[in-house]
Design a protein around this ligand. Structure first.
Ligand code: AMP
Length: 181
């Protein structure tokens, strides 16, 4: 089963992604994590990615599509995966016809996400400044919202209230994909 998690920063994608990965015995992969690893490289690409991430902007589509699809070609992802943070633009979604089963949107209000992020441990992520987070939310509304409609039309879209407690959100997701106990 191939599942995509979509939501603004602070919506709980990595929390739910890791829980789903355990429950469904599928690998969890985060586009943001891939880029954070690449940004540690001391080459021009690493430096470029770091700059873009720290500002809260998106890595250009062509590069993102190439990097993420390359990862997904690895043997461990052939039976399925939980993918967080990709696709984030319509161009990415259209280029990525990869047998996706379900797209789960963790809906959380901007205010609630900002509130949650203000309680995160400092120093965990260099790209977690308030300005970068605000930019990411703005870009989500502008570029990622159309992706939700795209998957709605394909009948793969599931919206979950991400403001509920973690266990309830997980249960709602499992129910919606027919994997509830
Ligand atoms: P995240 O951990 O999902 O918040 O991603 C952190 C950063 O990685 C983003 O602000 C972007 O700079 C980059 N990134 C992650 N996923 C994508 C994507 N699908 N397209 C473009 N940039 C991305």
């Amino acid at each position: 089963m191939k599942i995509i998690l979509i939501g603004i920063q602070g919506a709980g994608k990595s929390t739910q992604g890791n829980l789903l990965s355990e429950k469904l015995v599928l690998p969890y992969l985060s586009a943001g994590h891939i880029f954070r690893e690449l940004s540690k490289e001391k080459d021009p690409l690493g430096r470029y990615i770091k700059e873009v991430m720290n500002a809260g902007y998106l890595i250009p589509d062509a590069r993102t599509i190439e990097i993420v699809t390359d990862y997904l070609h690895r043997p461990e992802y052939q039976k399925g995966y939980i993918l967080d943070g990709f696709p984030r633009t319509l161009t990415q979604a259209e280029a990525f016809e990869n047998g996706i089963d379900k797209v789960i949107y963790l809906k959380v209000a901007d205010k609630e996400a900002l509130w949650r992020l203000s309680y995160r441990e400092e120093g965990e992520r260099q790209d977690e400044t308030l300005a970068a987070i605000r930019k990411r939310i703005e870009l989500f509304n502008q570029l990622t919202k159309p992706v939700l409609d795209y998957y709605k039309e394909k009948g793969k879209f599931i919206e979950v209230n991400g403001e509920k407690p973690v266990e309830e959100v997980l249960e709602e997701i499992l129910k919606s994909i027919g994997k509830s106990e």
